[in-house]
Design a protein around this ligand. Structure first.
Ligand code: DC
Length: 217
């Protein structure tokens, strides 16, 4: 069974995916982490994140693996490195390139084969798993999302002003929603949940109830 959770950054996708997966006995597929790993490879090769011609050959020597919370790039554990703000921006830029999207879509589909998966990202319910039995799309007030992100960065020792975080978030939102291939939009059959002023517990309870009812059908 496949459950998808899509939505912009800071809406609680990762936390709700993990908690829901624990309750249902599913595994999580963090697809944003895959885009981040490709972005890190691109940065390290000093290639511009929009340079499709240069990135295409690079992908042939790029191996990305995601297992639960751990992310590997060519056998190197990059779990922490990919969370840097520089990688966030580059990830959103490489994510506009069809060659990168096709590369990662194949990985995502093969990672899900034969498993019970909660796939979270931007296009999981629309493009990668249109056949998923349960689809959620999370939204939240931009100021609250930025504040969540600021706290998350601070907890990792990266101190940013709320204005900087909000500006970067707006730029990523704009790019992720306006790209030609697989833009960030809810699937027509997705359940929309606004997580502003809702606890993780409340959101997961809603999701769990819905997922269990679909499972029983
Ligand atoms: O969820 P995240 O912030 O870790 O994702 C990083 C970037 O990757 C995000 O700005 C857009 C891109 N992304 C995407 O285009 N499609 C996905 N399924 C997941 C992430």
């Amino acid at each position: 069974m496949i459950i998808t959770i899509d939505g912009p950054a800071g809406t609680g996708k990762s936390t709700t995916a993990k908690t829901l997966a624990d309750r249902l006995g599913f595994e999580v597929l963090d697809t944003g982490a895959m885009y981040r790993a490709v972005a890190l490879a691109v940065i390290r090769h000093r290639v511009e994140p929009d340079d499709e011609a240069a990135i295409q050959p690079l992908l042939r020597e790029t191996r990305v693996q995601v297992q639960g919370p751990k992310v590997w790039l060519n056998d190197e554990d990059v779990t922490e490195l990919i969370r840097d703000p520089e990688v966030s921006q580059a990830a959103s830029r490489v994510a506009s390139l069809p060659v990168v999207r096709r590369f990662l879509m194949e990985l995502q589909r093969s990672a899900a084969k034969g498993r019970n998966i909660i796939a979270e990202g931007r296009d999981q319910g629309t493009v990668v798993f249109p056949e998923a039995q349960v689809k959620f799309f999370l939204t939240a007030d931009p100021a609250e999302r930025a504040e969540r992100r600021r706290r998350e960065l601070a907890a990792r020792g990266v101190c940013r002003s709320i204005d900087d975080v909000l500006a970067e978030q707006n730029e990523r939102d704009r790019r992720d929603s306006s790209r030609d291939m697989a833009p960030l939009v809810p699937a027509p059959d997705a359940i929309l949940i606004d997580t502003t002023n809702r606890s993780i517990e409340e959101v997961v309870a809603l999701m769990e109830e819905y997922a269990r009812s679909c499972r029983g059908r």
